[in-house]
Design a protein around this ligand. Structure first.
Ligand code: PSU
Ligand code: MN
Length: 307
């Protein structure tokens, strides 16, 4: 038994699915605790799981609780993460101390990838990833999510990166780390609230089966990096580009004025954007997460058929 296995608390349904090579989809918990307001966050967490189940895959939301890495949460766990105000946003850096202190921690994209990989889960659905922040030259703020994509073999399904980030630099970083960024029915990088950006992708697929083949090839090559699947927000839910970009610019100015730094920046900006759009950005965020859940479950299913 590997030492980390004693730290994992895997829900029986998830364990059974993994043993039988059935499709399992991991989900992060920072999107619940720090990414959306209550009670929309807990509704989202439950609905995402039900979408994945309806597609015939098993959802596994991940968090750190009582000194264990929980893979698969109960509805009560989701409620606690959605409500408690002392939840730690935990990335790779924070895993060891959060476990040692037995404190409550919500996993980001980076730490969810680590934990999913430990449990043997290959697919992970979220909304958006962290990236290179605007003003990088001064603050050197690059999300640990990008480093993780470069070193942990999990396929992450997201809606691209939002314009609170520096998209060209984010793509450069992923290129350096050797992370394939694959468009799902798109040839350009989606920008989270909107379907397009001016960044062309080198790879795109039309079906879950094509994507599963790429995952399979990377596995056969024994490459340890992740794969980033970028799935645009549905047309009917996407926001007006000029409008949302103006709001994002204002939110970034507020963050400078309020001296927000480090891990607080992303939650602060998301909150400000919800406030300034009077909840419209939250609706878009929910819609894109649901869409990613559907596509992610289908990819996981297509992959399990290849095994
Ligand atoms: N983007 C969102 N919602 C989120 C996050 C990003 O639209 O909740 C969260 C994810 O958990 C992501 C983290 O991994 O923020 C990135 O934070 P940072 O930029 O501090 O690395
Ligand atoms: Mn950061």
């Amino acid at each position: 038994m590997k030492t980390f296995e004693t730290l994992l608390d895997i829900k029986p349904k998830v364990k059974e699915a993994l043993e039988k090579n059935l499709p399992v989809v991991a989900l992060e918990s920072t999107i619940i605790s720090h990414g959306m307001p209550y009670p929309e966050n807990v509704k989202m967490a439950k609905k995402v799981e039900s979408i994945i189940r309806a597609e015939g895959a098993v959802p596994a939301t991940i968090a750190v609780m009582n000194g264990k890495i929980k893979i698969g949460l109960s509805d009560d766990d989701l409620e606690i993460l959605a409500k408690a105000d002392h939840v730690r946003k935990l990335s790779r850096r924070d895993l060891a101390s959060t476990l040692a202190n037995k404190s409550l921690g919500a996993t980001t994209v980076a730490s969810t990838m680590i934990c999913a990989h430990m449990a043997g889960i290959q697919f992970f659905v979220t909304g958006g990833i962290g990236g290179v922040h605007r003003g990088y030259e001064e603050m050197m703020d690059v999300s640990a999510d990008l480093e993780e994509l470069g070193q942990t073999s999990v396929t992450v399904i997201c809606a691209g990166a939002k314009a609170i980030l520096d998209l060209p630099r984010t793509m450069e970083f992923l290129e350096t780390k050797g992370v394939p960024v694959i468009g799902y029915q798109t040839k350009v990088l989606p920008a989270f609230y909107t379907r397009t950006s001016n960044i062309l992708l080198l790879d795109s697929v039309e079906t879950p089966e094509e994507l599963a083949q790429i995952v399979k090839m990377k596995q056969m090559l024994n490459l340890k990096s992740g794969i980033l699947v970028v799935n645009p927000i549905p047309e009917k839910d996407s926001m007006d580009e000029a409008y949302i970009n103006k709001i994002i610019d204002e939110a970034i100015k507020d963050s400078v004025k309020d001296h927000i730094t480090g891990k607080d920046i992303t939650p602060y900006l998301l909150g400000k954007i919800v406030e300034k759009t009077k909840g419209k950005s939250l609706e878009a965020n929910l819609a894109l997460v649901y869409n990613n859940a559907k596509v992610g479950a289908r990819i996981a299913k297509a992959f399990s058929k290849l095994q």
